[in-house]
Design a protein around this ligand. Sequence first.
Ligand code: BJW
Length: 324
Amino acid sequence: MTRAPVAGRGAAEVSRAARDAAEAFRVGVERAGAVRAGAGPGEVVRVAVDMPPRCLRRGGGASARRSHLRYARRRTPGESTDATRGIGAVQWTMRFVVLTGAGISAESGVPTFRDAGGLWEGHRVEDVATPEAFERDPDTVQRFYDLRRHAVAQAEPNPAHDALARLERALGDDLLVVTQNIDDLHERAGSKRVVHMHGDLLTALCANCGARTPVTAELVERPPCPVCGRRMLRPDVVWFGEMPYELDAIDEALLACDVFAAIGTSGAVYPAAGFVMTAAEQGARTVELNLAASEITPLFDEVRHGPASFEVPAWVDEVVAARG
Ligand code: BJW
């Protein structure tokens, strides 16, 4: 396990590359716009997010959803936002945003995307996680997600998921977990304030009417949509070129947070890879927890390298102890 401030040879170049990628992303977004999952070819559509994320679905109506996601800025004038301060300076009013990626579920037996032996062994994820790949061969893609749904059902949350649930019990509304993962391991560990920005394995998205409904049968069997009756259900996941979910709420949280942590993500996919810059630019302290250096490591104030099942509980212990 290493704990290192970001430094060292090559860091500046890597940092510049990461910033360039973020800039390329911003420009690209302005020019192209993203197609929301389920939209017709070329259409730029914001699909109605009728159903809130899983954790909110249990909780009740629209006002509950708003209060769950809203972040009021609470930093008081003159309060230190010095990026060099240690975790010991964590105070009562601090707000945390934690971004998680495939690495947090790796020790639960859920394969990552880009590590050796990853999810799409032999295929670049950028080539297969696309609406075009689904159009070309829908059965293969449906079967792939049906199998992953079964595999995740057999997996259990690991100590890293447990630690984040414990952090939520300590921080309450001052913590938002933004996950790129489509598994439900955060929720099964007890986290409630979770946003699934890349969708959810347990729901289906109707390509006809846009409804997001629980999966009750194998999607490869083409069950009808419970809302419109058409047999056009697809996995409720965000592929390349599609708009991630809840970006406004995430942005609001990033702009209001005092601490931003990224756990087990390669920093290869935007907009998530750019969150560290958004948080840092408004003065948040940033920390990366990862097995190894990621593409965006140089952008963090603090880096902790080691397995999530060890690093996350240790970090949470420090935060909870500092809060008192
Ligand atoms: C451990 C560990 C252990 C292992 N402990 N750690 C050019 C430049 C910049 C951007 C673009 C560009 N061209 C196009 C873009 C945009 C594009 C993009 O980013 N492309 C890149 C290839 C460059 N992005 C998009 O298209 C997104 N949409 C979009 O941008 O809309 C436009 C828009 C946005 C905002 C405003 C307005 C408009 C959509 C991206 C969708 C990504 N979808 C996927 C599939 C989801 C469904 C599914 O699961 O099947 O999401 S791809 C895949 O990558 C998945 C993941 O969520 C995502 C990120 O992967 P993650 O989680 O980081 O996993 P890995 O495997 O990469 O890394 C694992 C990490 O864990 C490693 O670092 C390990 O070290 C670590 N680890 N074991 C701790 N035990």
